[in-house]
Design a protein around this ligand. Structure first.
Ligand SMILES: NC(=O)C1=CN([C@@H]2O[C@H](COP(=O)(O)OP(=O)(O)OC[C@H]3O[C@@H](n4cnc5c(N)ncnc54)[C@H](O)[C@@H]3O)[C@@H](O)[C@H]2O)C=CC1
Ligand SMILES: O=C([O-])CC(=O)C(=O)O
Length: 265
């Protein structure tokens, strides 16, 4: 039976645990949380696992790890996990847009002989984009559209009047690298499109606050030698965190199951 280390027990982390808690192939959860949220995590984990203080000096070595704790945590925790040879699945893909981060993670993987998995998260179409890239891509565009409430508490609040928007408002246009760095809680998907396709600096991003949006919508438009791609997801958000689509948690669950299943889809 497997032991999984889960860094971050917020909206996504709790949903991942809830979906996988009864899987007989998983024996134990080691959860890393900030001190002020540790008791809550301990209570929710019950007999299924324990809260740990650090990724270093663990009594039980995890078989693999999952990160859903944010950009800062990715930078501090994930290289240390990889250096210890612990394969890690990450949600906070946008942190790879930070200067030097890809090289740092690559070096940590090599030092530990570990593998880092970036999930599509709330996106669809990443498989096709990544497959098409070696044959040559001509353009890749990503548009993120969310209700104003999903942009509250982010840099969008200083770029438009989120409280009083009467219509859909484009408040950001730039590269995937700029989007990921400016909106760490909302533009991990933009970084994923960039990393899977033409690169962080060649991928164009538009971010929109839309009072009429029915959910968090993510649209990828791409052209290349393969042909043309147009994929849109309208995703329901977590009640506990409207910035995050529940599909992002499901995407991690898929990645975990793919490590446990005989047949990988
Ligand atoms: N790839 C994708 O499609 C998506 C990726 N994300 C990323 O996933 C992250 C998590 O999303 P949510 O669960 O919705 O956020 P959340 O804010 O609900 O939960 C994050 C949890 O991580 C904990 N945390 C923060 N720093 C930590 C640290 N150093 N060590 C341990 N725990 C720490 C927080 O206390 C909190 O409980 C986001 O910050 C974002 O970077 C979010 C949405 C979609
Ligand atoms: O969950 C989503 O809709 C996407 C998101 O927040 C992110 O990529 O950071």
């Amino acid at each position: 039976m497997k032991t999984i280390l889960l860094a971050g027990f917020g909206a996504m982390g709790q949903s991942i645990f809830d979906q996988l808690r009864d899987d007989p192939r998983i024996g134990r959860w080691l959860v890393l949380e900030r001190a002020e949220r540790a008791d809550d995590a301990r209570r929710k984990l019950g007999r299924h696992g324990q809260v740990v203080q650090s990724v270093d000096g663990l009594e039980t070595r995890p078989d693999f790890a999952v990160e859903c704790a944010g950009h800062e945590a990715l930078g501090t925790l994930v290289p240390r996990l990889l250096e210890q040879g612990i394969d890690t699945i990450v949600a906070s893909v946008g942190a790879l847009a930070l200067p030097g981060m890809v090289d740092r993670l690559d070096a940590a993987c090599r030092a530990g002989g570990a593998q880092l998995t970036l999930v599509p998260g709330a996106l669809a179409g990443v498989d096709a984009l990544a497959a098409a890239r070696d044959s040559g891509l001509v353009s890749v565009d990503y548009t993120g559209r969310k209700p104003p409430g999903s942009w509250q508490g982010t840099a969008a609040a200083s770029l438009c009047d989120l409280e009083h928007l009467a219509e859909a408002t484009v408040f950001f246009e730039g590269t995937a690298r700029e989007a990921a760095a400016t909106f760490p809680q909302n533009a991990n998907v933009a970084a994923m499109v960039g990393l899977a396709g033409m690169g962080l600096d060649q991928t164009r991003v538009r971010l929109i606050a839309d009072p009429a949006a029915g959910g968090n919508t993510h649209t990828i438009s791409a052209r290349g030698a393969f042909g043309r791609l147009e994929v849109m997801v309208e995703a329901a958000a977590f009640a506990s965190n409207p910035k995050t689509s529940a599909l992002a948690g499901m995407s991690i669950v898929r990645a975990v199951r793919n490590r446990l299943n005989a047949i990988v889809i």
